[in-house]
Design a protein around this ligand. Sequence first.
Ligand code: KG4
Ligand code: ZN
Length: 388
Amino acid sequence: MTDVAGTIRVERDRSDADKRMNVLGIETSCDETAAAVVSTTGVASRPWIVRANVIASQAGIHREWGGVVPEIASRQHVRDICGVVDRALGDAGTHWRDLDALAVTQGPGLVGALLVGVSFAKAAAAAVGRPIVAVHHLAGHIESIFLEHGAIPLPAVVLVVSGGHTSLYVVPEPGVYRLAGRTRDDAAGEAFDKVARVIGLGYPGGPAIDRVARDGNDGAVDLPRPRFTHADRHPLPVDVRGSDGAPPVADFSFSGLKSAVVRLVQQRGGAEALTRTAVADIAATFQRVVVETLLDRTFEVAHTLGARSIGIAGGVSANSRLRHDATARGQREGVPVFVPPLALSTDNAAMIAAAGLRRLERGESSGLGFNAHASLPIAGEGWPSGAR
Ligand code: KG4
Ligand code: ZN
């Protein structure tokens, strides 16, 4: 079977393996044009460092539309990509000739937006004669944890919680990602964005809810906790099993919670009729329910699978309550929790460079034949062996 990324094995001799590597990462999957330089350190406990991490956010442009407009996003990436890459190389004090490889997000994401990064990276790799690695965006989010914290205890259960995804992965060894659960409907970040719109806060909604919720009472309104009455819809890989041999219940659902907020706001006469206190209370309660739901499931799965640590990554991992409650619960339950710093939580290219380094360290690279893939699975040949 041919791999979507057209993977080829790169033969590297011992002197290559010993050498420090500089990787340029490029990320254009949604509304951030990002470039970063990440280098190897040669230190086993902290093998990678970020030397530059540049992000041109389009949030201000999309705000007036209430969400990301794909065509506008693609055009803005075209405008920004050269300047962002130049800036990253400049910040890192790196020239093109100092780079050992390029890494780029192949998918999933908006196809027109992805195409800008993929075309740019392939052209640059061909021009400077360096290998290119196609990277899965969620692998990037997972690797943001390793980029910051180095070697964390494995196996780990990693929650990737962003605008497009809410998924749990088991990481049994570095670079291997096994899907253990995902949302049946909305992603948590999507729910944050929709609820923010419904209660009259702007786009992007996650940071707005986080801010406003600080002044709210998180028990002021009655919102439902998602409950599952039937088995998980997504068959899990055979090797994701608890000690009793059964797969963990690991799905998420956020659409019911979102609809409950919509109904509540309608009953109260719409967003315009809400007082500042009511907005803060709804935001705080919604945020508490999302955080509890995410953490209950993540800790359950971690305990069932005997994980030695928990990671939380993706844009929603920037949420202050999620970060606080996850760490506190980890201390109570004896499982260390690792979260990337804010700059690596939301979309960035340092995590893409890190995921690229991971593939290079496993002796993998991509030819120039791969293309952007809007719904790229993390599974399949070309992704680290054992990935699903
Ligand atoms: O990972 P990301 O930057 O892009 C995707 O891959 O989707 O995640 C973006 C999502 C958005 O839904 C945004 O509202 C949410 O992350 N987000 C937050 C916070 N900061 C960003 N959600 C809750 N609290 C935050 N502080
Ligand atoms: Zn993301």
